[in-house]
Design a protein around this ligand. Sequence first.
Ligand code: CAO
Length: 198
Amino acid sequence: DADITDLEVERGRLKEKAAAAGVKVTPLAFIVRAAVLALKEYPTFNASLDGENMVLKKYFHVGFAADTPNGLMVPVIQNADRLDLFGIARALGDLSDRARKGTLKGAEMQGGCFTISSLGGIGGTAFTPIINCPEVAILGVSRSEHKPVWNKASKQFEPRMMLPLSLSYDHRVIDGADGARFTHLLGELLGDIRRLLL
Ligand code: CAO
């Protein structure tokens, strides 16, 4: 679980500014940002398998699963590393809107490096996302909720907003220890709003 208490405060603060810019910032925009930062630190997650060869990507095209009347689609945010938070939110809104209307172009669903499947708007506590081949990892996100978290300093439980993360990865490329490190880093990034907004 990632502690997104501060992230949610910041998201609330940004609401008016976002509305004025014509975008809706959901937790997913921050998650895409965190994923890009984590992919930069763990390049094997930003890879694909081409037969016997592993291709390490030097660009960051992040796909996201979208539930549409025509079934599951995975639009891709191109060069997500070059977008700020509002840019990511705008791309998420635009691509998911057009995915639902069935007007996405084929190219807008291709070339992804890593996929995020967010079921946070629907519910649930955990799931096993299926890797979007030829990618080698996928991040599943479930619904955030307040949970009691032990604060070592004050020696008390505190209510914190916790976001469940479920990572699936291809063991031919990624070892379990790195899977745990990657998820841990994602948790740290999502808990540190300053790094996400840099
Ligand atoms: N925890 C709590 N609330 C969350 C949340 C989370 N992790 N993620 C989103 N929400 C909230 C949003 O803030 C929004 O709340 P308000 O309407 O009150 O502002 C609401 O849930 C709906 O969000 P959304 O779903 O419209 O927007 P999104 O950016 O979170 O997600 C999209 C966009 C396209 C990913 C999503 O609509 C969707 O289709 N999800 C399904 C993905 C799927 O099918 N995955 C399975 C694929 S197979 O592995």
